[in-house]
Ligand binder design. Structure first.
Ligand code: HEC
Length: 192
């Protein structure tokens, strides 16, 4: 009797382990389920304006990153130029349609500064060609790894890194994971 019960217990435990969702990547220490449950991941996938390549990606992080980029961070405002597709400008009372052809590919001009292309670069597939460590450094400290205007400043200008500075490491990683999953796009005509 005792023996039978422990067999049932072992079987039940094995079934529970097998029922765990399979992930493409080992779960990370701070990759919690809270994230999946509070609606931001689902919302993030719903509002992503471009198809996402989830292969080899951490799915909840991509969804959260999309939420942070498309609903909170306003990255699109400056890094997609022009912002909206023809006939999709909400400021003209039209139903919003993001310009997906140049989504996050930069090209918006602010005086001497131009927003950069954030999409994955070939062949590394890294967003803006940056490693996660470099990307984190950009968002925290405004480091300009391309050093495009040393005569003005070694630091990125206009880019609100003094605000993104306050993001958690987890959120920065989520943004990076999302930017790794979007399609590469070429910068359109540069302009204000
Ligand atoms: C107010 C406009 C603005 C917003 C909003 C903005 N950026 Fe930027 N960003 C810029 C500009 C302009 C540059 C280039 C600055 C320069 O040349 O000094 C830049 C540069 C960058 C770079 C450096 C890229 C490289 O190749 O080194 C990264 C990364 C970046 N932005 C990411 C983001 C992300 C992620 C968001 C949203 C969370 C965001 N930006 C929101 C304007 C903006």
């Amino acid at each position: 009797m005792r023996f039978n019960r422990s067999i049932i217990l072992v079987a039940a435990c094995a079934a529970a382990v097998l029922a765990l969702p399979v992930r493409s990547q080992a779960p990370l220490a701070d990759d919690t389920h809270e994230n999946e449950g509070d609606g931001r991941v689902v919302k993030g996938f719903a509002i992503a304006p471009v198809p996402l390549n989830l292969q080899g990606r951490n799915r909840p992080l991509v969804g959260l990153g999309s939420y942070l980029v498309n609903a909170v961070g306003g990255c699109n405002d400056c890094h997609t130029h022009p912002n909206f597709a023809a006939g999709g400008d909400p400021y003209q009372g039209q139903p919003t349609q993001i310009n997906t052809a140049n989504y996050l590919a930069g090209g918006r001009q602010f005086g001497p500064f131009v927003s950069r292309n954030l999409t994955p670069e070939a062949p590394s597939g890294r967003p803006a060609g940056l490693t996660l460590a470099q990307f984190t450094d950009v968002l925290r400290n405004g480091t300009d790894y391309d050093n495009l205007h040393p005569q003005i400043s070694p630091l990125l200008q206009v880019m609100p890194w003094p605000v993104y500075h306050n993001l958690t490491d987890h959120d920065i990683r989520a943004i990076y994971e999302f930017l790794s999953a979007i399609p590469h796009a070429e910068t359109g005509p540069v302009g204000p």
